[in-house]
Design a protein around this ligand. Sequence first.
Ligand SMILES: [Fe+2]
Length: 333
Amino acid sequence: MSKPKGIIRTDNSRPKILIIDDDSVSAMAIEGLLASEPYDLFFEFNGPDGIEAADKLHPDLILLDVMMPQMDGFEVCKRIRLMPDIAEIPILLITSLDDDTSRITGLRSGADDFISKPYNRMELLARLQTILRLNRYRRIAEKQSELLIAYDKTIESWLSALDRRDKGTEDHTNRVTQMTLKFAQAAGFRDEELADIRRGTLLHDMGKLGIPDSILLKEDKLTEEEWQVMRLHPVYAYQWLSSIEFLLPALDIPYCHHERWDGSGYPRGLIGAEIPLAARLFAVVDVWDALLSDRPYRKAWSGKDAIKYIEDQAGKHFDPHVVHEYLKMIIEY
Ligand SMILES: [Fe+2]
């Protein structure tokens, strides 16, 4: 009886199953049982070749025989679990029905489940279907978290670009980000909302990339016309970023951080609770940090003076309730 071919079928959309089994009769039995199923089957006949194939193929599932010469299935399993790129691939160990010792050793070696010889077709198919489905969910979740990391890296690059033009903004942004997150957490925002608040805070002055150097970097006071241009920066941020669906929930802060409780802010002149809560929290933190920092035209304020100013602005610039909660947090801090 000849051994199954190395690769039976290939189609990128179909799950890949790698079968590592030195027993060609057993391998052919699997091939026969799965012939009409939508899987691509790959065969290797010893442990070292199996590990190499797993590393190359990144299969969706490995069916692994326990009893093999040279390197048994337990050792193959252990080695795969130590290889970061393929450590998460589900492994089904092929054991005899009554072999409890192998099952326990298999679990200790990192196997996910077992399948018994002789094979029961329905059981084999059900087991494969379940484990492949779970693995698909795991891969989707993995891709999503990779995407989130990539988005966040992009945001950090934008922040660096802004800092290159408007020196010193990065430190201010990092400080207000930490403080806003702490404040928002205390205010009861959930973890997913905090992630959006973090992105919004990092991006709060992103729109300044659209402000000409002659205005953004001007050391003298801005004229009224120049202020009109400067006041467009929240609008620019909204226009540029609102087409990115992932960032939409993060835009409250870039778009509304210059709104004021009494309606005298910009760009839309929102009043009171029309201003999103995240932006109301951020506004207090942003001014607080600015007051406590040295500026080219003035020294940093004392904590006492900054508290007095923030208190005085309750109901004018800031939401009075937010001011109350913020000062409580600062004093406890
Ligand atoms: Fe701003």
